[in-house]
Design a binder for this molecule. Structure first.
Ligand SMILES: [Zn+2]
Length: 284
């Protein structure tokens, strides 16, 4: 396993080399949810693999072809949210490469153009230009979410399971906080060096970041427990300003999805009883 210093590698024209044969291309779709934009990664030399083609922007897709050359072997999608997979069909058409990903759930939050040619199996190993990517099924942010581990570098392509500088939204019922934390625990036990997220810069210390995210999620859950415990019963709208008092109010319309995901986890654990819109605290 080779650890590397992403800061020591060059950035040219929006294309950053983040590993020995790994390049990051940032799609021009910045927003409150996507940070600087969706990261597309090109992995390998010669026969390359593209991870998350991003949005269908002509300039972005041209940059992917420029980096990957004519040798794109496979197109991999970590999941099918509309900022990650729409470029796949365009790339498939131009290169003949097949698209790999898990089938999309029907929850109204998916890319309608997403049509993978092949599924993926947990533990499956995929050749990537002289290196190997291992498929890790990581449900939580989305039920069809996978991460890819570049075994030679201990570099994990995290999609939206982990982002740099922002917290991932969990949208129930397809998104699940319980599964999200279980997937994180599974990743924590793996020999990871660094994280290459779907949004933001490479995170050099995987274990430290996973521990930080777990602490953050459990602290949020604890605030919900205290808010419900002190009231006995409440709607999520009632407790939202208290549970997310450290988050700017313009982001609360997104935070309410993750708050619902936390509440569902507490219901699954038998600590909270749902009664219509109201959640009643039952105790630990
Ligand atoms: Zn997503």
């Amino acid at each position: 396993m080779t650890n590397f210093d992403p800061q020591a590698l060059p950035v040219t024209g929006g294309i950053q080399q983040v590993g020995v044969a790994v390049w990051r291309i940032v799609a021009p779709n910045p927003s409150a949810l996507t940070g600087p934009g969706t990261n597309t990664y090109v992995v390998g030399a010669g026969r390359t693999v593209v991870i998350d083609p991003g949005c269908e922007d002509p300039g972005h897709l041209a940059r992917i072809l420029e980096v990957a050359g004519s040798g794109i072997d496979r197109i991999l999608c970590t999941h099918s949210h509309p900022d990650h997979s729409p470029g796949a069909a365009w790339l498939r058409e131009r290169t003949g490469a097949m698209v790999f990903g898990l089938p999309a759930p029907d929850d109204g939050h998916q890319d309608p153009t997403y049509r993978p040619d092949c599924g993926l199996d947990d533990g499956q190993r995929i050749a990537a230009g002289g290196m190997t990517l291992q498929v890790i099924h990581t449900p939580g942010h989305a039920s069809n979410h996978v991460c890819f581990l570049l075994e030679e570098a201990g570099l994990l392509f995290t999609g939206d399971h982990l982002m740099c500088g922002t917290t991932v939204i969990i949208i129930p019922p397809d998104g699940s906080m319980r599964l999200y934390l279980e997937s994180l625990a599974r990743l924590r036990a793996m020999p990871l060096a660094s994280l290459a997220p779907g949004h933001g810069a490479v995170i050099p210390d995987a274990a430290q970041e996973i521990d930080r995210v777990v602490r953050h999620r459990l602290a949020r859950e604890d605030k919900l427990v205290r808010a419900l415990g002190s009231r006995g019963a409440a709607t999520l709208e009632d407790v939202l300003p208290e549970v997310y008092d450290d988050v700017p109010s313009f982001l609360h319309r997104y935070a309410r999805y993750s708050l619902l995901a936390h509440a569902i986890k507490l219901v699954e654990e038998g600590r909270v009883q749902p009664e219509g819109e109201v959640y009643r605290w039952r105790g630990d």
